[in-house]
Structure formats: C-alpha cells, structure tokens
Design a protein around this ligand. Structure first.
Ligand SMILES: Cc1ncc(COP(=O)(O)O)c(C=O)c1O
Length: 348
C-alpha cells in the first residue's frame, strides 16, 4: 500500500500533551492549570446558558467578548481575534504567515507545541538555543524567519524577557513576532503595547492559566488590525462555542478574581522556589505558575517516586538545558506542602 499521508505528516511524531490521569486522587502539578476555581459568576452564567439556544451556532465574530477585551486591555475590537484556546491561534498564525519550507524561529527549549504545528505546515523549524540563564538568544532575529515565536514568560523555564528587549527583537525580525503570553498574569511583564507601533507584532494570551478556564478553551490575540483581518480568513468560522464565549465574558467581568488568584500563586511560587533551593535544587527565577528545578541527583527517580505518592509533575531530560529537570506547577498551599513532604522523604 502506498503511503497515504503527506510525507511531512508521515514523518512527524505528533504532540504528546501532559498526562491527564483517568483516575482521581492525584495532586496534579504537571500541566500548569490553576489550582483555584473560576469565580461563581462564571459557573452561574454557564448554568443559565444551558438552554435551547444551544441549537444555535455561536457568534462567529465573538463580538461581545472582543468588546469586553477591548475595554479591559485598552485596544480596539478590530485589533483582537479570539480562539479555541491559544493553541488554535498559534495554528492560525502559522497557516496565515508561513508556507511550505518557510522558516519559523523560536528560542529553545520552549513550549513544545510550536514544533508539531510547524511540521504539519511543512515549514522549517529554526530552534535557537537559549543561553543557560534563559536570556534572549542574540542571533534569534538573524534566522530570517517569516514567524518568530517567543513564549514570555517562557515554558518550561518560567523566565521573562524584559519589554525593551522584546520590542528591539520585534524591530529586528524580518517577519511577524509572536509573543506568547500564556503566563503573563503571573509576571511583571506584558507586551500588548507593542502592537501600537510595530506592524508585525502579535501578542497571544489565554484564559487557561490565570483565569482558571483551561477546560473551556479560550484564547485571544492582539495585533494591528491589518494582521487580524488576514488571520480572520484562516480561522474556523464558529471556532468558539456558545458556552465558552459566555464563560469568557463573565470571567472578564470578574477580572479581580483572576488577579487575586494570580497573586496567591505568586506567593506560593516564592515559597516553593525558596524551599526547593534549600533542598539543593537549582531553581530558575520563575514569573509563571510553575517552576523549573534541576535536581543534583536522579530527577527521573524523583518523578517516579512522586507519581507513586499520587503527585504528578513534569520530568524533562533533554540535554543540555533540561537535563535532570522537574517542572512543577504551583498548586494550593496544601498541595505544595504535600509535594515538599514527599520530596523530603524521597531525598532522605
Ligand atoms: C506557552 C504556552 N502557550 C500556549 C499554551 C496553550 O494554551 P491554551 O490552553 O490556551 O491552548 C500553553 C499551554 O500550556 C503554553 O504553555
């Protein structure tokens, strides 16, 4: 039988998302979800929206959501496109700006989904290695790419590149610069104002992390109106379902709840980082809702030992940057205590 798949699909491995255990009882610190629930208003609105209107398609233009986002972030609705999670927006961006064989650059290691999306498109991935301190690689713009991705804060390091350096990068790249701000609400950063004077800037955000709505799949991107108009041609028309639109709008009305939870996560992150350092881990300065910790022993054994104790974290081993590393999402204080107790036992 001849190969039925396009060569690029036949060759690629496919993205492996973080583990979502089927049995309950795990302390889940492996996929950077928010440990705190969304505010009651979101749940009330969702319950009220479960009615016969579900027979109708959702608003293809997400008008109400984009108006609310424009108000909160002080931009025009025409500068916003919303997506079924920010993953969909990353997908739309690649399909909009890069064709087969075109270069797409990103500092590495970073969010693991860029590479499969690039492979699916048949574009050429140009990973540029981060220095050991995760500062901006100097030759990132030299790649001459049609798209440059910068996760900021970065995953899995949690580190943040300052605004001025991002703006300089945006001016230096040949194509579009995509600043993926999935974790920005846990940080001191934020690059939305790039779109005011950079015609090639796109800033992508999500409600999966700080807004506690990973299950609803809502992302949004800010870009100059001309870029938004082009990307609109690529997006599925009914890309966000009715319930997700309602949840997103309610979450914006209760944005202070998000801010309160983000502040709690930051506080727990400081405590966890300090205690992991006392235990002998090297911990990068995180501005996200997770920390990257390098073990001076056997990180794989720690990962397995935690899993036996029903605590899930993410284990990385790729040298040089991620050798012997655990990425630990910030949980509640009680979950963090359980993690620290288990690590103390395992290290003893
Ligand atoms: C850097 C980064 N960007 C984007 C995403 C995707 O988020 P969403 O749930 O909005 O698709 C993630 C998810 O973990 C991420 O880490």
């Amino acid at each position: 039988m001849p190969e039925l798949f396009r060569p690029t699909i036949a060759r690629m491995r496919g993205y492996i998302p973080g583990e979502q255990p089927q049995d309950s009882g795990y302390i889940k610190l492996n996929t950077n979800e928010n440990p705190y629930p969304p505010p009651p208003l979101v749940l009330e609105r969702l319950r009220a929206a479960c009615d016969s209107d579900l027979r109708l398609y959702p608003d293809p233009d997400a008008h109400a959501l984009r108006r609310k986002l424009a108000g909160v972030f002080a931009v025009e609705p025409a500068q916003i496109i919303a997506g079924n999670g920010s993953d969909e927006l990353l997908n739309i961006i690649i399909r909009s700006f890069a064709g087969e064989g075109d270069k797409i650059a990103y500092p590495s290691p970073t969010y693991g989904y860029y590479k499969p999306l690039i492979d699916i498109q048949g574009a050429e991935a140009v990973p540029v290695e981060f220095p050991a301190d995760y500062s901006l690689p100097v030759d990132l713009a030299a790649a001459g790419a049609r798209i440059t991705f910068l996760a900021n804060p970065n995953g899995p390091s949690g580190t943040l590149i300052p605004y001025d350096e991002v703006a300089a990068l945006c001016a230096a790249v040949t194509g579009v610069l995509v600043v993926d701000e999935a974790y920005v609400d846990f940080s001191t950063g934020g690059c939305i104002r790039l779109i005011d004077d950079h015609p090639n800037a796109i800033v992508v955000r999500t409600m999966s992390k700080s807004f506690s709505l990973a299950g609803m799949r809502i992302g949004f991107a800010f870009a100059p109106a001309a870029l938004v108009m082009g990307m609109w041609k690529v997006k599925d028309h009914y890309n966000i379902n009715r319930l997700s639109l309602i949840a997103a709008e309610a979450a914006l009305e209760e944005i202070d709840a998000m801010r309160t939870n983000a502040a709690r996560v930051q506080k727990t992150r400081r405590r966890l980082s300090g205690q992991l350092r006392e235990m002998g881990f090297y911990v990068w300065d995180s501005q996200a809702n997770f920390v990257l910790a390098r073990s001076n022993g056997d990180a794989a054994a720690l990962y397995e030992g935690l899993k036996e104790r029903k605590i899930l974290v993410r284990y990385f081993s790729e040298p040089p940057r991620l050798a012997d590393c655990l990425r630990i999402s910030i949980g509640t204080d009680a979950e963090t205590d359980a993690l620290l107790t288990a690590l103390t036992e395992l290290l003893a």
